[in-house]
Write a protein that binds this ligand. Structure first.
Ligand code: DTP
Length: 310
């Protein structure tokens, strides 16, 4: 751990001075993970993580008393945030919100000091709030399944194959919580209604093909032990956990981008990597998403292919 971070009342990050409060506060007491350690993690991961945060409105999932304590999803930026934190005015029903945007390491460090364990960005950048640049499919295992993660693994493979058949380039990530996400980079020529409708049709088609194992049923009591293909993130003002974000779960698991070949790793699980183990993974593996920006595709062709399959 960077002890300078732990003992000083402020740290210098690039051209910014970021004030610190209670850096020794244990946010994950079982492991002795303090706020200083969270700050150090986010400072170190910033070069990889910022490309997934930059320009997007952000919801801050905050835990001032540690991950098992009181928490809240903070959307509106409070008055006390410094002026250098970028904000964006976001229209919503009956008014607007002023939301934080995390464009640089200093902001990520500032948010960690606010006990924001998990940043949740929108799927669209602020310059066009109705133009998503990614689809997200959340593969959520049934509560009851003993082999819950095996069904996630199987479903991810089927969904990845279908999206690839449609001409898209899906990427895979652990959520650090219960399942996996498939993220599909888009060229931003689609609005949320079109994107959501497409994602739902893909999920429905796959669920119809494998109705014994997969479902798109929102109501839990109708899922009957099947893997839930959740497409609801693909909408205006919805968020998805940021790649490399820490989750408020035991041992501080991290949402981790994966290579498709890792899907067969017997040790893989939604919480495979944590704040403490991820740096070693990064030392050993190259970034599995290094070509992500070259994977952006238009939904137009994929929609036509889908019509042919459906
Ligand atoms: P998993 O499905 O593996 O548990 P996840 O897909 O990140 O992990 P979550 O349910 O934790 O699933 O979070 C879903 C998204 O919705 C995430 O971006 C956080 C956001 N969200 C959840 N609850 C709220 C809330 N009350 N207010 C605002 N955003 C929320």
């Amino acid at each position: 751990m960077n002890t300078r971070t732990r003992t000083r009342e402020e740290i210098r990050v690039g051209s910014r001075t970021v004030p610190l409060s209670n850096p020794d506060k244990e946010l994950f007491p079982d492991d002795g993970i303090t706020k200083a350690e969270l700050i150090d993690y986010y400072r170190g991961i910033a070069p990889l993580m910022l490309s997934h945060l930059r320009g997007r409105p952000l919801v801050m999932e905050r835990y001032p008393d540690g991950y098992e304590g009181n928490s809240f999803y903070h959307k509106d930026v409070p008055d006390y945030f410094p002026d250098w934190i970028r904000t964006v005015r976001v229209p919503k029903e009956g008014g607007h919100l002023t939301m934080a945007v995390c464009d640089d390491t200093a902001t990520l460090v500032y948010l960690a000091n606010q006990a924001c364990i998990t940043p949740h960005p929108w799927l669209s950048p602020a310059d066009c709030l109705d133009c998503p640049d990614r689809l997200v499919f959340d593969l959520d295992p049934p509560d009851s399944a003993r082999d819950g993660f095996e069904s996630v693994r199987w479903g991810a493979r089927r969904l990845g194959d279908l999206l690839t058949e449609l001409g898209l380039r899906p990427a895979l990530m652990t959520t650090g919580s219960r399942g996996l996400h498939l993220l599909v980079p888009l060229d931003r020529r689609t609005d949320f209604d079109t994107a959501r409708h497409f994602a739902r049709r893909v999920a429905d088609l796959l669920a119809a093909r494998h109705s014994d194992r997969l479902t798109t049923e929102v109501r839990k009591n109708k899922r009957r032990g099947r893997l839930y293909l959740d497409t609801q993130r693909n909408a205006y003002a919805q968020t998805s956990v940021a790649p490399y974000a820490v989750r408020a779960r035991p041992h501080a698991p991290v949402a981790t981008p994966l290579a498709w070949t890792e899907l067969d790793d017997p040790e893989l699980g939604p919480r495979r990597w944590t704040l403490r183990t991820l740096p070693e993974r990064l030392d050993k593996h190259e970034n599995p998403w290094k070509d992500l920006s070259r994977c952006r595709r238009s939904l137009d062709r994929a929609r036509h292919h889908l019509n042919d399959l459906a």
